[in-house]
Design a protein around this ligand. Structure first.
Ligand code: FES
Length: 134
């Protein structure tokens, strides 16, 4: 029996594997918090991370996937798709999400979509602000 059949309701169907471009990603909107980026590599493995680079919040969903990593489109940090860790010498981690591929369908955990890393925001871009008190 599949993982899905054993845990009906815990996992929710997101899309078909073929809805995610090879070496690309698909963003999943949430009621609260930033999107989740679901990645597909050349081996048809799937991974899910918060769509936020640990450096300055770049959209990892727009990065380039290679192997089990994604290169951030902003400053080219390399982030591990399995664990969200930045490759040394860079430091930082983006939250990862549980993801399951079953019968050609991609699933994410409902509870994680609702509550995981909902407090993380994208940094505001633009010039540094002046301190109003200065
Ligand atoms: S924001 Fe991703 S490398 Fe800078």
């Amino acid at each position: 029996m599949s993982e899905i059949a054993n845990h009906a309701g815990e996992w929710i169907s997101i899309c078909a594997l073929n809805d995610i471009p090879v070496l690309g990603s698909r963003r999943v909107r949430r009621e609260q918090g930033l999107d989740v980026a679901v990645f597909r590599n050349s081996q048809n493995e799937v991974f899910a991370l918060l769509d936020r680079c640990p450096h300055k919040g770049g959209p990892l969903s727009q990065g380039i996937v290679f192997g089990t990593q994604v290169a951030c489109p902003l400053h080219n940090w390399t982030i591990g798709l399995c664990d969200g860790q930045a490759s040394a010498p860079d430091e930082g981690c983006t939250p990862k999400f549980s993801v399951l591929l079953d019968g050609g369908t991609v699933y994410l955990k409902a509870a994680e979509l609702q509550t995981h890393a909902t407090d993380l925001l994208r940094p505001v871009a633009g010039p540094a602000r002046r301190n109003a008190a200065a």
